[in-house]
Ligand binder design. Structure first.
Ligand code: ADP
Ligand code: MG
Ligand code: MG
Length: 921
């Protein structure tokens, strides 16, 4: 056995893997080498599922190709020839044979699916010599010419234009040119469907196509089978570095050096007439997660037809019909035998893979062939439902169920929806297919560039409206609130991409008449212009005029979500708190499962509702010059402070609440309007000039590093005192009411232990005074600090001598660690990302390499001094799944994030725990 193997690969490296005829050299777990498609084709072949024979050229060839000036490894041609011979034997036809020609498809296959990125060429091997042979054998002349015109179109587009790096003007690509020819023929014949064209029409079209290819590209369409084959193979490798593929990898963070495999596979034909068909399906509904076989098909068609949205696809079965397509015939009724077999295959596959699969199939004259299977994309709602259902069906464990749901996908479960009451009365413009759930409103834009400009740069809410989308539109789709297309089905490009991102999306909305040129949209007797508001209900597929209000989902009744989160909480070991400044936010966060507040900012009371008076008093305090003045202002401010803190402590009864002492950028609070200044001067009893002088003196040249945080408490101890008293009195009052409260007093912007010592004296004194006042022995509270200055992290061992807890303020820690002003990064960080100077925006995902060290080291040094030191994180990173995983790894007790991201952080924490467990094994 071993001997035979060595013989088969003398160079020790095997570049080509065969499959078909009930067996294969590859397996599903060889995705790195064979790409997703190749590995799964091999797996299906091994399972005995009917798969047209073929072979996979490995990703290593792609790597070699780019490392060696776009050439192939020596001997590849021989391996390909040998593999092709095997295919010929199994399929009983010969590539390039004039009497019995074998046709093949050349298909790309990256490790993870990149929808629409890499191109596939079908019907390779048709030439002026093989055409007559195929006609004679199939006795189906129309089919052969149909196959040929498809080959010319795909080949010219993919191989001769795109892979050759030709970038035609918008609308001037060779594919469009050929499509115009075809449209013209259809118009001439007075037909709308491709299938209505006759043999002669197609034959003529092929001649026109070839002439056009020569005219547009200056080269003839190759009439030699092997030239076509290698042209196709080269094009797949070329397209790995095509603009669109690169752009997609950027967004999805797929490494450039992974490479793609190439699959060469015997063609089977869904376009041989009414007993032939092609289709795609999902083993469960990817939009809702319902356990039904969901799919779309077209009779007399080739694969791309269903996905391209040229013809409206039909429902695969009765069960999967919707109001939208109830009137259309299903495969189940039209070809019951083939359907039965297909249904059995999809069941087998789901059981085997233990996951929802996305499948592609073709029926050739009643005979079923499987062309692809892969783990299917699903939206967050469906992901949760499927995971929970599959666990209950005992297909997967609860750990797997939790691992299956991506933290970010949960956003869709928490997604806003269109307010149903508002929806009832709204003007319905059109209905389409519900490709991406949730609600969205935005202004209509017609091009991806405009969507990117307004959505990303101007931060406006826009909805990208297109006939259909293509990979060129990806940047605009990303920037839009939602995507709306006139054409395409649930498996169209727009639907796939939107689903991947969890974006609201409606496709196949055929009532839309889009005029991209004049930037108008005619629908339901209305004309909308760019910038007009529309609202989409992506769950129902409804498009409304105007800007309808959106509301939050009803989590309390989402049983699958609740079940999943129960498992999440059983699995995770790290706590999740929230950043909340108001009782309302706190209550919301509790519903989302927050276990405490990790950051309560006292200055919030000076911003929001009812902040007029406290703000005035704060200004008075800031503008005070003497301690006496300041104490007077603070005394007036005190009751507001205590009430504010007390309300939130009450909501969070029984749970820890970290209250940060004031950290206001002073100058921001100084009023500018003369009337306000006047009022303030009067209240302080000082003349205007004096006030203006004081205000001027507060101006700092670098307020970010100015007189803020603990520095304020050092220079004005009475400011700290007042706040600490507010916290502790609120605590005492609630305790006497019998409410359990656990405040944690947090000192911001510290850089040395001595600052903490200084403020601790105040804290202890106030504590004793409050105890005396309320006749209590001791108040439950912790005294700690934010770690947001590198020096504090470096001296964490010292800091922990005084601090009972740390909370890493990673926003500022990043700012000061990088020396990047948080308010000014817009000017350069985008270029850093584009040029790959930095992999991510460090303010969104913790820079583990640098800032991460400060955190890791800070925790270790802190715990050396105080082993029980409680450590958490506040700041936006607390809700970023990757950062949460990091926090778990470095041993934090909890992360804290905005209320809405609490479930996401809980799930990410569970993932972190699972990962750690699997590593220990
Ligand atoms: P993608 O990566 O975009 O999914 P595929 O390689 O799956 O591209 O090819 C696109 C379509 O072409 C598929 O839907 C499939 O139905 C069809 N196709 C590919 N290879 C063959 C084949 N050997 N016989 C028949 N149809 C094929
Ligand atoms: Mg494709
Ligand atoms: Mg496919």
């Amino acid at each position: 056995m071993a001997k035979a193997k060595t013989k088969a690969r003398p160079r020790g490296k095997k570049y080509v893997y065969s499959f078909g005829g009930g067996k294969a050299e590859g397996r599903a777990d060889m995705k790195e080498l064979l790409g997703g498609k190749g590995a799964n084709l091999a797996e299906m072949a091994n399972l005995g599922i009917p798969v047209p024979a073929g072979f996979t050229i490995t990703t290593e060839v792609c790597t070699y190709y780019y490392q060696h000036g776009r050439t192939y490894p020596p001997g590849l041609d021989k391996e390909v020839a040998a593999a092709l011979e095997k295919v010929e034997k199994i399929m009983g036809a010969k590539f390039g044979d004039v009497e019995n020609p074998l046709l093949v498809s050349v298909r790309s296959g990256a490790r993870s699916s990149m929808p629409g990125m890499m191109e596939t060429v079908l019907n390779v091997g048709l030439t002026s010599k093989t055409i007559p042979g195929l006609i004679a054998r199939t006795r189906n002349e129309r089919f052969v010419w149909d196959a040929y015109r498809r080959l010319i179109m795909m080949y010219a587009d993919v191989v001769m234009e795109k892979a050759a790096g030709i970038e035609p003007e918008d609308g001037k690509g060779v594919r469009q040119e050929l499509e115009h020819l075809m449209d013209a023929t259809k118009k001439e014949r007075g037909v709308t469907e491709d299938t209505a064209l006759t043999t002669d029409d197609l034959k003529q079209l092929c001649e026109q196509f070839k002439a056009k290819v020569q005219e547009v590209l200056g080269k003839p369409f190759p009439d030699e089978p092997l030239a076509q084959l290698w042209g196709g193979i080269g094009a797949v490798f070329q397209s790995w570095n095509g603009k669109r593929a690169v752009a997609y990898r950027r967004i999805e963070k797929i490494p450039d050096d992974w490479g793609t495999a190439v699959n060469v596979q015997a063609m089977v034909f869904g376009n041989k007439g009414e007993t032939s068909a092609t289709g795609v399906g999902f083993t469960r509904d990817p939009a809702t997660g319902r356990k039904i076989f969901y799919g779309e098909w077209l009779p007399n068609a080739q694969g791309e037809d269903v996905v391209a949205g040229i013809r409206t696809p039909l429902p695969v079965n009765e069960e999967g019909k919707t109001d939208h397509n109830r009137h259309l015939p299903s495969l189940e009724t039209k070809m019951p035998d083939a359907y039965k077999q297909l249904n059995a295959v999809q069941r087998t596959l789901e059981k085997h893979y233990r996951d929802m699969l996305d499948i592609e199939f073709t029926i050739e004259e009643g005979r079923l062939w499987m062309l692809q299977c892969r783990v299917g994309k699903r939206n967050g709602v469906a992901a949760v439902k499927m995971a929970v259902d599959m666990c209950k069906e005992k297909l997967i464990t609860k750990e797997e169920a939790v691992a299956r749901v991506k933290p970010d996908a949960l956003i869709q479960v928490l997604l806003p929806m269109v307010d149903p009451t508002a929806e009832r009365g709204a003007k319905l413009l059109a209905k389409g297919l519900p490709a991406g759930p949730g609600g969205a409103h935005g202004m209509v834009v017609f091009t991806a560039d405009e969507a990117a400009r307004r959505g990303k740069e101007l931060k406006e809410k826009v909805i990208l409206v297109r006939n259909e989308t293509s990979p060129e539109d990806v940047h605009g789709m990303h920037a839009a609130q939602a995507i709306l297309t006139a054409k395409g089905g649930m498996t169209s490009h727009a639907a796939l991409v939107a689903r991947g991102w969890g974006k609201c999306c409606i496709v196949g909305c055929s009532a839309l008449e889009i005029d991209t040129h004049n930037r108008t949209l005619r629908v339901a007797g209305k004309e909308l212009k760019e910038g007009d508001w529309i609202t989409l209900n992506g769950t129902a597929g409804a498009v409304y005029e105007g800007k309808l209000p959106l509301i939050d989902p009803d989590l309390e009744h989402n049983t699958e979500y609740l079940q999943l989160m129960k498992w999440v909480d059983q699995i995770r070991t790290m706590g999740v708190r929230t950043n909340a400044d108001t009782p309302k936010d706190a209550a919301r966060a509790l519903q989302f499962g927050a276990e405490g507040i990790g950051l309560f900012r006292t200055e919030h009371m000076f911003y929001g509702e009812g902040s007029d008076q406290p703000l005035f008093l704060l200004r008075k305090m800031i503008a005070s010059k003497t301690e006496e003045e300041r104490r007077k202002a603070l005394a007036e401010l005190y009751p507001f402070m205590k009430e504010d803190i007390k309300k939130t402590l009450r909501v969070m009864a029984g749970k820890p609440v970290t209250i940060r002492l004031l950290d206001p950028p002073l100058h921001e609070f100084v009023p500018h309007e003369p009337a306000r200044l006047q009022e303030l001067a009067a209240s302080l009893g000082i003349p205007m000039e004096e006030l203006q002088k004081r205000a001027e003196s507060l101006r700092e040249s670098n307020p970010m590093m100015g007189h803020r945080g603990v520095r304020l408490g050092i220079t004005y101890p009475e400011v700290s005192e007042c706040q600490i008293r507010a916290i502790l009195e609120a605590t005492a009052e609630l305790l006497t009411e019998g409410i359990k409260v656990l405040p944690e007093i947090m000192i911001p912007v510290t850089c040395t232990k001595t600052e903490l010592d200084d403020q601790l004296v105040i804290c202890k004194r106030v504590h004793d005074e409050v105890c005396a006042k309320f006749n209590l022995k001791k108040l439950p509270y912790l005294y700690g600090t934010m770690i947001e200055i590198p020096r504090a992290a470096l001296t964490a061992d010292k800091m922990a001598e005084t601090a009972e807890f740390f909370s890493f303020g990673t926003n500022d820690l990043t700012q000061m660690g990088f020396g990047f002003s948080r308010d000014d990064i817009g000017g350069f960080v985008p270029d850093y990302l584009k040029k790959k100077i930095l992999p991510d925006d460090p303010f969104q995902t913790i820079d583990q390499e640098g800032i991460g060290q400060l955190i890791d080291l800070g925790i270790q040094r802190g715990r050396k001094t105080r082993p029980q030191l409680k450590v958490g994180i506040c700041g936006e990173h607390g809700g970023d799944p990757e950062s949460v995983m990091f926090c778990h790894r470095v041993g934090m007790n909890y992360v804290s994030c905005s209320p809405f991201r609490v479930p996401i952080a809980r799930l990410a924490a569970a993932h972190a725990a699972l990962k750690e467990k699997s590593k220990k094994k």
